[in-house]
Design a protein around this ligand. Structure first.
Ligand code: ZN
Length: 127
């Protein structure tokens, strides 16, 4: 679990529902957001929602004149709360990889959909 900026314990856990942000190649302006709710959705359903967002990205990427390869991606959420009940005004954005979806699964989806749209994948940094 990520560290809390107030009590410095590794007690930041993800809320049962919230918003996931997806960026690819650091294009934060174009970040896609989608909701998750672990009380209603299975991990498989969350993966399917992610896949739909990744596909939106690929459609947009494939419209570029010079298609750059997919080099990195981030999946994060600000919906982390400290289990010790700390209050902070800071936005605590942390990766949801390993929490809601495995990194291997994300890469599998990215590679499969990129191939569909003829986009190269050369991942160097994954978070
Ligand atoms: Zn805390």
């Amino acid at each position: 679990m990520p560290y809390c900026p107030v009590c410095f314990s590794d007690t930041m856990s993800l809320s049962p529902h919230g918003v996931i942000h997806l960026t690819i190649n650091g294009k934060s302006k174009q970040s896609r957001q989608f909701l998750y709710n672990t009380t209603k959705e299975t991990k498989e359903e969350i993966a399917q929602n992610l896949e739909a967002k990744i596909e939106e990205f690929m459609v947009w990427f494939s419209s570029f004149q010079n298609k750059e390869p997919i080099r990195n991606y981030q999946l994060f959420s600000a919906d982390y709360r400290c289990e010790n009940g700390c209050k902070t005004n800071k936005i605590n954005r942390h990766s949801i990889i390993g929490e809601l979806i495995a990194g291997d699964k994300v890469e599998e989806i990215i590679k499969r959909i990129a191939k569909k749209y003829n986009i190269d994948v050369k991942l160097d940094v994954t978070e």
